[in-house]
Ligand binder design. Structure first.
Ligand code: CTP
Length: 216
């Protein structure tokens, strides 16, 4: 299969040295990419600013902001069988961005923000028979929130995790996730490495592709 995977945070710059971002390390998305090439799939990885090495045989496209990531996904999606959105896309960006470093006297005490587009929702009209997978990193009720996002974003699979646990979520090498799909009961996976979770996601994609092959 040809897989488009996004990973890492996005950065929303206020000026060349200051930005809004989040704690995503990119490890989960890079692990899915690694697992997919291990199984012979063709992987394009759209990565926000992270410090991880590119897995061998992965074609990597680096981006900074949510708008950059959207542009890359829009450009690359037509050639893919599936989109796996692991990236922690920043939901807002500063309304204005300065090309030069703002002096401290110029930085507003209140920074005006505007919403970023939702990449999955923006791509939904181009989905056709492609498989869309999302992630839901939650601090509240992971399953309820993931269920809501599964439906509202038109996903085939959402991978839910509770990021308040020390052994799951941001920065660490392990994760504890539940798979939710529109048609099956939720499937909780045991605590395991992000690479093994990546392999489970690739298993799921392969089974899904066998059940309903697409021709992209
Ligand atoms: N996502 C996206 N575009 C955005 C924000 C999120 O495509 N602008 C994707 C993420 O990559 C992930 C899924 O949507 O696969 C869920 O992301 P999440 O941050 O959990 O949800 P939000 O849509 O941001 O909703 P909320 O802020 O209410 O949790």
């Amino acid at each position: 299969m040809k897989l488009l995977i996004t990973a890492g945070p996005t950065r929303e710059h206020l000026d060349p040295v200051r930005f809004l971002s989040n704690r995503s390390s990119g490890k989960m998305g890079f692990a899915v990419a690694q697992a997919a090439v291990e199984r012979g799939h063709t992987v394009t990885l759209v990565a926000g600013p992270v410090t991880l090495p590119t897995p061998e045989q992965v074609f990597r496209v680096d981006v900074v902001s949510a708008l950059d990531m959207l542009a890359a996904v829009r450009r690359l999606l037509p050639y893919q069988h599936a989109l796996v959105m692991c990236a922690a896309v920043a939901d807002w960006r500063p309304k204005s961005q300065s090309d030069t470093k703002l002096k401290k006297t110029e930085v507003p005490i209140e920074v005006a923000l505007e919403p970023n587009p939702d990449i999955l929702k923006t791509m939904l009209p181009l989905k056709e028979d492609r498989i869309f997978v999302g992630f839901a990193a939650e601090t509240g009720d992971p399953l309820a929130e993931a269920q809501r996002k599964l439906t509202s974003k038109g996903l085939d699979l959402i991978v839910a995790n509770d990021v308040t646990r020390p052994d799951a979520g941001f920065e660490v090498d392990t994760n504890l996730v539940t798979f939710l799909t529109p048609s099956e009961p939720p499937r909780a996976l045991p605590l395991q490495s992000k690479l093994d979770i990546g392999r489970a996601i690739v298993d799921w994609l392969e089974q899904r592709e066998r059940a309903a092959p697409n021709i992209t």
